[in-house]
Design a binder for this molecule. Sequence first.
Ligand code: ADP
Ligand code: MG
Length: 199
Amino acid sequence: MLDAEFFRRWMAATAASVDREAERLTALDSPIGDADHGSNLQRGFKAVTAALEKDAPDTPGAVLALAGRTLISTVGGASGPLYGTLLRSTGKALGDAAEVGEAQFAEALRAGVDKVMALGGAAPGDKTMIDALVPAVDALGEGFGAARAAAEEGAVATTPLQARKGRASYLGERSIGHQDPGATSSALLVAGLEEAAGE
Ligand code: ADP
Ligand code: MG
């Protein structure tokens, strides 16, 4: 079972890896964006860490809802509302249970990813964070390690795609040949699950 402490560890692991990889995320956002993805998420997850330390919500749903709200209010770019919606909607789907099973979490995360697709209008293959998140959710039934591998593969597989959503889509065919920054950071988020589980 996964408790609030697990979800706090997930957010902390993600904050740490985003911090470590911020320069790389911003570098990926340079040729096909405006070179702010790393700094956007670094600021957002730093605020998430601070909010969770201050409030220490005691259910999984409340941890993710607070994290999501914090990302929406602190990240200016497109990715803030999208990641915020992902975590908030996932948290909402978990309700107010003190502990949730892995299958229940997988279902909730799928609901969160669906909300992101509804908000941003992106489908798989559009060269966005969805290209890492959908494979991860599909693989989650086989465990956190399988989800991490699927997300990483999905992120790498965005390179030959032409962007159809977000800032990168303005480049048309010139977006081909670059890995999507949001799919790359989504793979970090998914990898954080395995770290939180101590696997
Ligand atoms: P901005 O594009 O506003 O500068 P960021 O650089 O922080 O925001 O985030 C860019 C990332 O956001 C992209 O790499 C992509 O993965 C994701 N993204 C942008 N638009 C969408 C969308 N409509 N749906 C899903 N993801 C999107
Ligand atoms: Mg950007």
